[in-house]
Ligand binder design. Structure first.
Ligand code: GAL
Length: 376
């Protein structure tokens, strides 16, 4: 089964946009391996938009890789990526053109799926621009879903219609393994926060086999690259990564992996956070917004094996106390039980709580714990 747990990898778009080529992709794949990301669970290297010629081949009707960017073709890139023990992902679009105006797969779905399979592709991101006015988006995703299944290769189907057309209600039925449930992310705190908060009511739709995708991470970009706007602080990125993990979202890095280091590298490799994200039950968190002041969230998530994850998020622009009553999550005072907390940042025991937890958290930051129920 593909996408038993949320897919993990890297995608070229956030940093490189149209500025991609064989070297950029293979150097990022090399850095990916050197930094130990595969051991942490990351596996897909995905080339986004702008990889092809502007027009299809007139004779064969096939999409053709741009020889200036990919002089050895896509099978070569795919082989080099596979040699590193990684998986190879590509991009196309349900409309007649991609979002950056390259050929889309509309009415060429089966031929394109076959072409991608021949490249040795393991993952297809499928966008939503330039749809004919009367075309039905759901049907277009059904077509590519079947085209990939019949391509002769197991290819993970990553749908990207930005959360439109109530996609959460029908996307699983198309065979997709993940789907963008939001618009595009930009590398600033407000963009990330808007995306995260827009997901609260949709998290129940995300489950093994097909996960809600809150877009590629901007962690580690620090304002550099295509979606780079103002950039974020380390606290902002801790919060972004923590939210994605609490939401069981796909973890697709979008930074220049060659420059990923220090705290941010440790963050994206944090074993406890990845365990929360990759928990096989993929349960949505229970959400609580108790306490004074706005823009604070506490999420409580059941994990497999009798554990829980508890995340305190201060999404406001000032330092705050973030509080919650454990009764929100089902713990009653009469149970005789307490929740024991261990901080994912350093593994330290944080305390045992029976009813109420209040933690001081700096602006934009978070605290996340793995918890067990014990006798009070
Ligand atoms: C957008 C998509 C982005 C990126 C871009 C490429 O529609 O949401 O993630 O793929 O197109 O042009």
């Amino acid at each position: 089964m593909l996408a038993k747990t949320p897919p993990m990898g890297w995608n070229s778009w956030n940093t490189f946009g149209s500025d991609i080529n064989e070297d950029v992709i293979l150097e990022n794949a090399e850095a990916f391996v050197r930094l130990g990301l595969p051991e942490a669970g990351y596996e897909y290297i995905v080339i986004d938009d702008c990889w092809s010629m502007k027009e299809r081949d007139a004779k064969t009707g096939r999409i053709v890789p741009d020889p200036k960017k990919f002089p050895h073709g896509m099978k070569y890139v795919s082989d080099r990526i596979h040699e590193k023990g990684l998986k190879f992902g590509m991009y196309s679009c349900a409309g007649v053109r991609t979002c950056a105006d390259y050929p889309g797969s509309f009415d060429h779905e089966f031929l394109d799926a076959k072409t991608f399979a021949e490249y040795g592709c393991d993952y297809l991101k499928y966008d939503f621009c330039y749809m004919p006015e009367t075309a039905n988006g759901e049907l277009m995703y059904r077509r590519m879903g079947l085209a990939l299944k019949s391509s002769g290769r197991e290819i993970l189907f990553s749908a990207c219609n930005w959360g439109s057309d109530e996609v959460h209600k029908w996307i699983r039925s198309t065979g997709a393994h993940m789907y963008r449930s939001t618009g595009d992310i930009h590398d600033n705190f407000e963009s990330m926060k808007k995306i995260a908060l827009s997901q609260e009511k949709l998290l129940g739709y995300s489950a093994p086999g097909c996960f809600n995708d809150t877009d590629m991470l901007t962690v580690g970009m620090f304002g550099k690259g295509l979606v780079g706007t103002t950039g974020c602080t380390e606290a902002d990125y801790r919060t972004q990564f923590g939210l994605w993990c609490m939401f069981s979202a796909p973890l697709i890095l979008g930074c220049d992996v060659r420059k990923l280091s220090g705290e941010m590298l440790a963050l994206v490799k944090n074993k406890d956070l990845i365990r929360i994200d990759q928990d096989e039950e993929a349960r949505p968190p229970i959400e609580s917004h108790t306490g004074w002041g706005g823009d604070k969230r506490v999420y409580f998530k059941h994990l497999s094996g009798g554990e829980y994850a508890l995340g305190f998020f201060n999404l406001s622009d000032s330092d705050q106390r973030v509080q919650t009553n454990l009764t929100n999550f089902g713990l009653s005072a009469s149970s005789g039980l307490a929740l024991s907390l261990r901080d994912v940042a350093d593994g330290a025991h944080f305390g045992k709580f029976t009813d109420y937890i209040s933690i001081h958290i700096p602006a934009h930051d978070c605290r996340i714990f793995i918890c067990n129920l014990e006798n009070a």
